[in-house]
Design a protein around this ligand. Structure first.
Ligand code: HEC
Length: 196
């Protein structure tokens, strides 16, 4: 009888622990990606696509970069960077992007004109997107678009589903080395991560 009671107790405690960790996992996933999967930008095989969300309206605009024109005044391009609200909230608490975070960098061509404020460049057409997806557990070690804690991919404006990137080590990593100490992300341009 005592033996049976003990077994039952152990089983009950086990079930509690299990459901607690299952809940934790589900909450993590929802926080990171807003879906039941690891990330809305990634399928089970690690294939990355531009997530089908209205990121301009529904995500946080982290910040933007103005690339100076080689000749003449103004900017040749504007890079606008977005992520999920949950990722910003987690970053403010922990100082790091949580698993499943998606960063989208949208590339805009520009129009430059004289305005009442001076010579001003503004975003015109989208030419493509750079996407990074945070992966804290190294899910896809055999996939050349994954490594250094992220999935990496570029998409031309004409094709949001199929990346033209083949290997992040040659396509992306070298240029992100200066940001290595901030988890490969150029966080200095994203004041929203710091708070008010
Ligand atoms: C020519 C150098 C270069 C290459 C190649 C490059 N990046 Fe970047 N990336 C940068 C720089 C510099 C920034 C920030 C300034 C800017 O956008 O001009 C940046 C910013 C980003 C951002 C915004 C978040 C952040 O890190 O600040 C994403 C997302 C991104 N890159 C993804 C990629 C991916 C994915 C690849 C490969 C497919 C890639 N980059 C290739 C230089 C590069």
């Amino acid at each position: 009888m005592i033996g049976r009671f003990n077994t039952l107790t152990v089983a009950a405690v086990g079930a509690l622990v299990l459901s607690a960790s299952a809940y934790g996992l589900a909450a993590d996933k929802m926080m990171a990606a807003g879906t039941d999967g690891f990330s809305i930008a990634v399928d089970d095989n690690g294939k990355i696509s531009l997530p089908d969300v209205d990121y301009r309206k529904d995500w946080v605009a982290l910040g933007s970069w103005a690339v100076a024109a080689d000749e003449g005044e103004g900017s040749a391009g504007i890079h606008a960077v977005y992520t999920q609200l949950e990722a910003v909230e987690a970053f403010r608490k922990a100082g790091a992007f949580p698993d499943g975070t998606v960063l989208i960098k949208e590339l805009f061509s520009t129009e430059t004109e004289d305005m009442t404020t001076g010579t001003v460049s503004r975003a015109a057409d989208t030419s493509g997107w750079f996407v990074m997806v945070k992966d804290t557990v190294d899910r896809f070690p055999a996939n050349a678009l994954w490594g250094n804690g992220w999935g990496w991919a570029y998409f031309d404006a004409g094709n949001r589903l199929e990346t033209t990137s083949t290997d992040y080590r040659t396509d992306c990593k070298g240029c992100h080395v200066p940001a290595q100490n901030t988890d490969w992300v150029y966080t200095q341009a994203y004041p929203v991560l710091k708070g008010k």
